[in-house]
Design a binder for this molecule. Structure first.
Ligand code: DX5
Ligand code: ZN
Length: 217
């Protein structure tokens, strides 16, 4: 579906070759580039921080969509803004003051996203929708690529109704592939993150599978 944006997650890219991986997925049709920041505390894995994100910015020509799985978030907001982040998405579970965090993200000049773990209800963002540009519905427990999809169709439908006519994206993150993606699009999602399903079968030397995979989702 052309109206659905695909945001490949570089969590499934070659970690020794991020610059060329980003160029390859954009050349093959990525709408946004999704960057997963993990701290080994909020989630049981560690990836990279603001200096790496600043380096990625030199290659991203589309939208740099940064998903922070870190706690706390607030001390790092300015660093992600300076790194050139377009959309900064923080978890509602990451601290007691998500409302303040979203205000600070917008205050730093970025678009503000809020992410929900699978166990977190749609209602947890009911009072945040005017502070938010994107709601990210996790369809895996965050921390790793390549996990099994957890169906959150009911949550997505509930969020779409709550959002009404506000200009808020619903992004799905985890287990998106040609079978699961249509379920989420039908429920009301408009941005799909995909890691393993985009990068499988390709490489920077042979990027054509990236494009085939993106178009298949
Ligand atoms: C998981 C990350 C996802 C991950 C998705 O914690 O937030 O963005 O890269 O990977 P796949 O598409 O392989 O489930
Ligand atoms: Zn993510």
């Amino acid at each position: 579906d052309r109206s659905i944006k695909i945001a490949p997650s570089i969590l499934s890219a070659d970690f020794a070759d991020f610059g060329r991986e980003i160029q390859a997925i954009e050349a093959e049709g990525a709408d946004w580039v999704h960057i997963d920041v993990m701290d080994g505390h909020f989630v049981p894995n560690i990836t990279f921080g603001p200096p790496a994100v600043a380096a990625f910015r030199r290659h991203v020509k589309t939208v740099m969509d940064v998903h922070v799985m870190i706690a706390p978030v607030d001390p790092f907001i300015d660093a992600f803004a300076k790194a050139g982040t377009d959309i900064l998405t923080a978890h509602v579970e990451a601290g007691p003051h998500i409302h303040r965090t979203l205000q600070a993200i917008r205050g730093a000049g970025m678009k503000a996203g809020v992410a929900l773990n699978p166990g977190t209800p749609a209602q947890s963002v009911a009072h945040l929708l005017d502070l938010t540009d994107l709601v990210c519905v996790m369809t895996v427990n965050p921390g790793f690529g390549g996990q099994k999809f957890i169906d959150m169709s009911a949550k997505v439908r509930e969020l779409r109704a709550m959002i009404g006519d506000r200009p808020v994206h619903i992004e799905i993150d985890g287990g998106m592939d040609p079978t699961t993606a249509p379920l989420m699009a039908a429920a009301g999602a408009d941005v799909l993150v995909a890691g393993s399903a985009v990068f499988r079968g390709g490489s920077v030397e042979n990027p054509a599978p990236y494009g085939e995979n993106i178009r298949a989702i």
